[in-house]
Design a protein around this ligand. Sequence first.
Ligand code: GSH
Length: 203
Amino acid sequence: VKLYFSPTSPFVRKCLVCAHEVGLADRITLASSSAHPVDRDAVLVADNPLGQVPTLITDDGVSLYDSRVICEYLNDLGGGTLFPASGEARWRVLTLQALSDGILDAALLLRYEGAARPEALRWDAWQRGQLDKVATSLAWAEGEAESLRGRLDIGTIGLACALWYLDLRFADHGWRARYPRLAAWSADFGARASMQRSWQIKT
Ligand SMILES: N[C@@H](CCC(=O)N[C@@H](CS)C(=O)NCC(=O)O)C(=O)O
């Protein structure tokens, strides 16, 4: 399968971690892209009208997006257990994935605000709102940190990738000091081979 990627995309990393966990990493060919909300990548748009990474092209030429769909597809293909099939466990795991994706959506908006939006058009209160969204989400996760221990599923993978992205783009955010239980969980989870190997593509 072909995966349009960007080396610093946390949503791409989610997919790569899943691929490693279900034994499919070798099946993925990475295709460069320059996904950007303003200077849009026409090649990518041809395969995904949203023009976003990750976008995966199956061996049958079918285009799949977004990361939620790709991760579930890889899990199915590899016979993994990252998505509980039904019941309370499924809703709990999918909700943690949604929270983690939401943290990333807010962080990405903040990133674009700083990196892409002209300074004169920036809006402080709006940026504070995004930061607060990250903060309320991390505070909730801190309260759940003990229950995350030992869990390997799309929820915990998503959360680990979200925390990684905060470190990558907001190194002075200082979330570890504010959420020590989450920091300890993240250190443990980050030691997984899938987390280590999915970051070897760094630029
Ligand atoms: N909901 C999407 C979000 C993907 C996303 O925001 N990707 C970013 C890169 S990390 C992107 O392609 N940005 C370009 C754009 O939004 O136009 C997912 O889960 O895959």
